[in-house]
Design a protein around this ligand. Sequence first.
Ligand code: PLP
Length: 376
Amino acid sequence: MTPKIARFLSHHQPATPCLVMDIDRVEENFRTLQRSLPLARIYYAVKANPAPQVLQRLVRLSSFFDAASAEEIELCLAAGARPEAISFGNTIKKVSAIRQAHNAGVAMYAFDSREELEKLAEHAPGARVYCRILVENEGADWPLSRKFGTTIESARELMLAAGDMGLDPYGLSFHVGSQQTTTRAYEVAIGRVAMLFTDLTDAGVKLRMINLGGGFPTRYRDDVPEIDRFSDAIMRAMTGHFGNALPEMVVEPGRFIVGDAGLVSAEVVLVSQRDRSDPVRWVYLDIGRFGGLAETEGESIKYRIATPHDGSAMGPVAIAGPTCDGADILYEKSNYRLPLALQSGDRVELLSTGAYVTTYASTRFNGFAPLAEYYL
Ligand SMILES: *Cc1c(COP(=O)(O)O)cnc(C)c1O
């Protein structure tokens, strides 16, 4: 928790549940990545947290933006981003959204199929396009494979076709999966796209860019490697394959930029021991799967939880949300332990919840209001 957030919580005691973000930490994370990987252009993945305060700060830092819809493009433009600094990175785009982006001057577009390439050729003629390659997502706590990306063979064909269709075949992309905890995933992926890059260049296609996607991890319950480890591995792989003729490099971090810049302040609604022979207590919070903690699906992302009793004796718990849905369980199998003194009415903090929380919050399921947000 940053000092600014701590001061805000103790002075204002805002109603729970709420997300409190320190925008200075967003800036710090952006600068850290920029220092660590100075040759890459940073396209912030807007979906991680599209709050105007986040986008405006990043605009001031001359960030670029990775947007997934016409609405996210609008948010970037409203925050002051130049259209040339926006990439339409979703491989699944409505025709109306492509037209709107093209009219607004959005610079580049992702695709991973012939059908999408045809839509781009018709509705964004002349645009820069890049093809997303399917790569392994092993090592990622929140995989993004299967749904996106195409094979090397088909990417080769499509990039050759793009020029004939009046588009500018600009580059190749991949995403190693979110909360990626191994550097190897990047090395393997770079190896795959580098071979294709060279092959296409030899075939006369003027490729200029490799988009390494996002995936850089935030520290949750477990430690993760430092960002420099990822940058070193990436630069070693890139220079290994391209030598001094490095293409333009793009990264699309979401979680790394905003994840540890915010926390969710929540209230314990109930602590119960439903079965006296079972030491596991059930802790129900006023936020759950439907209040924004969607990434606890499959217990994938394991948030750290701070309580007013930290340091005292602990016992095993299952942790759930407040709704009347049986799927609204955060952790049952991940061996969470919380203080025995924890009780109804206590305020707790779910740490590093600045990414992928506000936008996943449902509206009014069981009547609960969407997550309140404070940006400091
Ligand atoms: C979600 C997403 C990102 C951001 O991923 P993080 O793991 O949050 O860094 C980047 N690029 C694309 C295409 C995405 O879908």
